[in-house]
Design a protein around this ligand. Sequence first.
Ligand SMILES: NC(=O)c1ccc[n+]([C@@H]2O[C@H](COP(=O)([O-])OP(=O)(O)OC[C@H]3O[C@@H](n4cnc5c(N)ncnc54)[C@H](OP(=O)(O)O)[C@@H]3O)[C@@H](O)[C@H]2O)c1
Length: 316
Amino acid sequence: MANKKILAVLGATGAQGGGLVRAILNDAGGGFAARALTRNADSEKARALARQGAAVVAADVDDADSLARAFDGAHGAFCVTFFWDHFSPEREVAQARAMAQAAKRAGVKHVIWSTLEDTRKHVPLSDDRMPTLLGKYKVPHFDGKGESDRFFVESGVPTTLLLTSFYWDNLIHFGMGPKPGPDGKLAITFPMGDKKLPGIAAGDIGGCAYGIFKAGSSYHGKTVGIAGEHLSGAEMAAELTRALGKPVAYNDVTPEAYRAFGFPGADDLGNMFQFKRDFDRVFRGARDVETARSLNPSLQTFAVWLAENKSRIPLG
Ligand SMILES: NC(=O)c1ccc[n+]([C@@H]2O[C@H](COP(=O)([O-])OP(=O)(O)OC[C@H]3O[C@@H](n4cnc5c(N)ncnc54)[C@H](OP(=O)(O)O)[C@@H]3O)[C@@H](O)[C@H]2O)c1
C-alpha cells in the first residue's frame, strides 16, 4: 500500500467515480491505491468502499480547503462535478476552478477532468435554432464543463480532458426508459431523428479513466472521448425489444416538443439532443469506441449492459 500511487477520486460513491474506485481495487497489482472522496465518510456507501480497501476521505467540491486536503499527497485526481444536484453551470465553473487550483497546490501529477463540450463554440448564442438558457448558455450542463477546461489547462498540471457520453443508466434512473404510449405500446423518446447517440454504461467511464491513469504521460495534455457504442434511437429500441422480449418502438420527437415536456431540465436536455443531432459528425467524431475499449477492455456494448440491467429499467 505504502508504495502505491494514490488516485484521489471525486464522486467515489457515485457513477463515474465509483467505477474508477472499483477499477483501482480490482487491479491489486496495478500500483495504484484508491482515495475515495465523499461528503459523508459515515454513509453506507462510503463504509462499503472502506471495507473493500479504499481510503475514505471527506471532501466537498464547494469547499476549497477540503479539496486541498483531499488531493494532498495524491499522484492523480479524478475531477467531476454534479450538475443535476443543483442545475447551476456557474457553480460547476466555480467548483472546477477550485479543483484545478487545489490540484496545482498539492502538486498532483495527473488530473482527469470529466468534461463535455462547450456547445456555444458550435451554436453561438445568436443562433436561434435553440433557445438560449439561463441568459448565456445553450446546453447549460455541457457549457459550464467545457468552459472550465481552461482552468485545468492553464493550471499547468498535466491534465487529460475526458469527454463522456450519454449513460445508458439514464433508462433506469433519469426517467428515459420505455414508456407506454396512448396505444399502450412501449416506446423510448428522443429528439435525435435517425442520428446515432454515443452511449456508455456509466460504470465503464471510471474503467476508462483508470486506463488513462495507467497509461500516464502519453495522455497528458490530451482530450479523450469515450463511448461504449453509437446507436440510433431505432437501434436502441431494437436492442430493448430483444432484451425485454416485448416490442419497444422509437418515438422520434422534435427538440421543441422535447423541451416542452416540462420536467426539470427538459429545456437543457432538448437542446443537448438537438446539439448531438445537428452536430453529429463533430460529436460522434470526438468519441471513439475502440479507444475506450483499449483503455477499458471490459467496456460493455448496449446489449451486454442490457443483459445485466434490463430488470432494473422501469417500464411505466
Ligand atoms: N447522466 C448522463 O448521461 C451523463 C453523461 C455524461 C456526463 N454526465 C455528468 O455526470 C456528472 C455527475 O457524475 P455522476 O453521474 O458520477 O454523479 P452521481 O452518480 O450523481 O454521484 C455523485 C456523487 O458525488 C458526490 N457529491 C455530490 N455533491 C458533492 C459535493 N458537493 N462534493 C463532493 N462530492 C459530492 C455524492 O457522494 P456523497 O454523497 O458520498 O458525497 C454522489 O454519490 C454530472 O455533472 C453530469 O452532467 C452525466
